[in-house]
Design a protein around this ligand. Structure first.
Ligand code: ADP
Length: 466
């Protein structure tokens, strides 16, 4: 067997570049990248929100504390509450509605804008904003009539912390993606190695036609796939062996009739040669009859061989078959050569999906055998009835000598003929064809003894009544 690997098209070549291994690696890297990106963004947003919230809370709390303590301290610019001293690490000021600082105490002046003045003027109770110009968070709270306490904290340190965090996240995420790519490559390589072995093995089968089974390792899905592939190879190799055997047997069997045909033809030719004594009319007619019989035998043998070679034919020619019609057609044909042997027929409807010509041929072989082995004037019983288990039994019973117990296991073999049957016409292929047809339809054929002592052949076929 030699199978040429199909040409690789440019599109397929592009697909090969994205081999399964590369795709697994890319998928792993993409998944990790997605997860890392999601986690990083979530972590960044959470930390950012909580840092800003903390900053605001801190401002509010410290401003609140400062406002609660009303004891006064002195400063060059005037008196101010002593609690304001606790604010010395952040920018603060007391402002009036015009934005003028009162009791100048803070080292760094917080930015004062519209909103803070509105708080001092009593329009708003409190304001909180980010001053873009100085990048500070500014909180204003009403202090006394016409005054507001403004506290501010630069956002710089927070932004620096967030910047560091994002750098760490990017670095760790990048390292994670690189690690995932490497791990993906390793996993894909290890995981796909058995696939590669299987591919190489199947390519070897295709290239060399060697149908020996592929070694199986492990018990995973790939091992199961290899097992199935091996079963396929097994079936293929069996079928090939059977075909080879059929050809060898056929060659052997064809040789005998061909040799006697050749001998007869040579006799006839020799008799026609000038100076030969010639043949008597009786001898000539005997040889003619012989030649005709041998030609008939050859024709039948070749027909049988062709039928047997159908073993691997696709089931495409299967169709709905009414078994009664098939049996009746076979009976019509069998009656023509049955002489004075009669048929007693009782058929119940049965249908199946199958090859009607193969089934007709099988039934005809059973009927022909029954006629061949039946004594003159006897009756062959043909019955078709459901067995009650989803299959039908087609029985052909004759009143001939029956099948010897010793022959029974072998009569379905190709070319097997019992010693008594050798004097009768036949090739020994008839029952092999019947068995093959039965098996192709999911059925079977058995031989037994008919009530009167003759042979009883029973073919079991699946299907349904009617
Ligand atoms: P053939 O009839 O050409 O010899 P078959 O395959 O049809 O080949 O049959 C094989 C053998 O089975 C026959 O040689 C014969 O010994 C036996 N056999 C088949 N049918 C019958 C039958 N109805 N009665 C007795 N023996 C039979």
């Amino acid at each position: 067997m030699s199978v040429t690997p199909p040409e690789v098209t440019p599109a397929e070549r592009a697909g090969l570049r994205f081999s399964l291994r590369r795709r697994v690696t890319m998928l792993a890297a993409l998944c990790v990248a997605g997860a890392v990106a999601l986690v990083s963004v979530a972590a960044f947003v959470t930390v950012q929100t909580s840092l800003y919230q903390q900053l605001d809370d801190n401002l509010s709390q410290r401003a609140g504390n400062a406002l609660d303590d009303r004891s006064m301290a002195r400063s060059p610019g005037g008196n101010f509450p002593t609690a304001f001293l606790a604010l010395s690490d952040i920018q603060f000021a007391l402002i009036d509605a015009n934005g003028t600082s009162y009791g100048d105490v803070g080292q760094y002046k917080p930015p004062v804008g519209q909103q803070e003045r509105a708080v001092a003027a009593g329009v708003d109770g409190r304001s909180l904003r980010t001053d873009q110009a100085t990048d500070t968070r500014v909180l204003a709270m009403r202090y006394d009539r016409g005054l507001a306490l403004v506290v501010a904290q630069p956002l710089g340190p927070t932004r620096t912390a967030l910047g560091k965090l994002s750098l760490v996240l990017v670095l760790v995420g990048g390292a994670g993606i690189i690690f995932a790519t490497l791990a993906g490559t390793a996993v894909a390589r290890a995981g796909l190695r058995p696939v590669q072995h299987l591919t190489q093995a199947t390519e070897r089968v295709a290239r060399t036609g060697d149908l020996r089974p592929i070694p199986v390792s492990g018990d995973d899905e790939l091992a199961r796939l290899t097992h199935s592939f091996n079963s396929m190879l097994d079936a293929l190799s069996e079928s090939r062996a059977r075909q080879r055997q059929l050809v060898a047997d056929a060659g052997h069997e064809l040789r005998t009739p061909l040799t006697s045909l050749r001998t007869n033809m040579e006799l006839l030719l020799a008799a026609q040669a000038p100076g030969s004594p010639g043949l008597s009319e009786e001898d000539r007619s005997e040889i003619n009859t012989d030649v005709r019989a041998q030609l008939d035998e050859l024709t039948q043998l070749i027909g049988d061989l062709v039928e047997l070679a159908k073993e691997d034919a696709p089931r495409a020619e299967f169709e709905h078959v009414e078994l009664v019609d098939v049996v009746e057609r076979a009976l019509d044909r069998a009656r023509r050569r049955a002489g004075d042997v009669r048929f007693d027929v009782a058929l119940q409807p049965w249908s199946l999906i199958g090859d009607s010509s193969a089934l007709e041929r099988a039934v005809l072989n059973l009927l022909d055998n029954a006629v061949k082995f039946s004594p003159a004037g006897s009756v062959v019983r043909v019955g078709l009835r459901p067995a009650g288990d989803g299959s039908a039994l087609l029985e052909v019973a004759d009143s001939g000598p029956g099948v010897e117990e010793a022959d029974a296991p072998r009569i379905f073999d190709r070319f097997y003929r019992s010693s008594e049957a050798r004097t009768l016409p036949g090739s020994g292929l008839g029952l092999a064809i019947v068995q093959q047809a039965a098996q192709r339809h999911g059925g079977a054929i058995y031989v037994g003894t008919a009530p009167g002592g003759g042979a009883l052949f029973t073919m079991r076929l699946p299907g349904r009544p009617g």
